[in-house]
Write a protein that binds this ligand. Structure first.
Ligand code: FPP
Length: 238
């Protein structure tokens, strides 16, 4: 089976999963977080090299105070647990998005995890936190404008690669496969630049129930597709 080098996932459906069990949304996020702890070893076993998950968007601040506080608590605990997960999987962890909106202690935990895990390279795990693709592009354009102003960057020399290098995903390959769980079929401001040629896979399975079997199903579906990159298949060149 052809294994996608980079898989991006929109973790969706924690709230509905919890509701279907008569539980509060926060319980869904706890279960979603437990599943996130497992997904890294699953990815590694399958041979995926890059995994990027959407955990908290720039729009998610609009949720209830209770829900946002619950998520922040989960992120804090997860950053600590993830030190062990990164060592077990020899996994480098990076946070994409703008962490400056988080409390100082959470920013510190993120930094510690990124620094600690920078020694590993068997799996690259990106967590999108306070991430929005338009915001990422806005920040990149600001940085480019500053560099043009200071003379570091010549506008004539700006290529698509230059733009990629100003994004939070600098140095990472573009995703080959995007998975969104829980039935919604939209991008919700996720990796808009990076997903230009990516195959999309949507499943009704809510994130807390997305297990290895479901992961394999997504990869099998991806295998059945012909990746085109705007070109034509070899045999069509006659
Ligand atoms: C979407 O489900 C999920 C989120 C907004 C949060 C994702 C968070 C986790 C999986 C938990 C922990 C993450 C980390 C990085 C520790 P939803 O709440 O929008 O579900 P719904 O669409 O059913 O309401």
């Amino acid at each position: 089976m052809r294994i996608p080098n980079h898989v991006a996932i929109i973790l969706d459906g924690n709230g509905r999963w919890a509701k279907s069990k008569g539980m509060p949304r926060t319980y869904g996020h706890i279960k979603g977080c437990e599943n996130l702890e497992k997904i890294c070893s699953m990815a590694k076993e399958l041979g995926v090299k890059y995994l990027t998950v959407y955990a908290f968007s720039t729009e998610n601040w609009k949720r209830s105070r209770e829900e946002v506080d619950g998520l922040m608590k989960l992120f804090r605990n997860y950053m600590k647990k993830c030190l062990k997960i990164s060592a077990e999987n020899k996994m480098r962890v990076r946070v994409i998005g703008d962490p400056r909106a988080f409390d100082e202690d959470l920013q510190q935990k993120i930094k510690e995890l990124e620094e600690f895990s920078s020694q590993f390279d068997e799996l690259h795990f990106q967590i999108a936190l306070n991430y929005g693709s338009r915001d990422e592009i806005r920040r990149a354009v600001q940085d480019m404008a500053r560099d043009v102003k200071s003379g570091v960057l010549n506008p004539e020399d700006i290529t698509e690669e230059t733009i990629s290098d100003y994004l939070d995903t600098k140095g990472l390959p573009d995703p080959d496969l995007l998975i969104r769980t829980s039935g919604e079929e939209r991008l919700s401001n996720y990796l808009l630049w990076q997903l230009a040629y990516t195959e999309f896979y949507f499943t009704d399975v809510p994130w807390p129930d997305f297990d290895k079997e479901e992961f394999v199903k997504a990869i099998e579906k991806y295998n059945g597709r012909e990746r085109r990159f705007g070109g034509v298949k070899e045999e069509e060149h006659v």
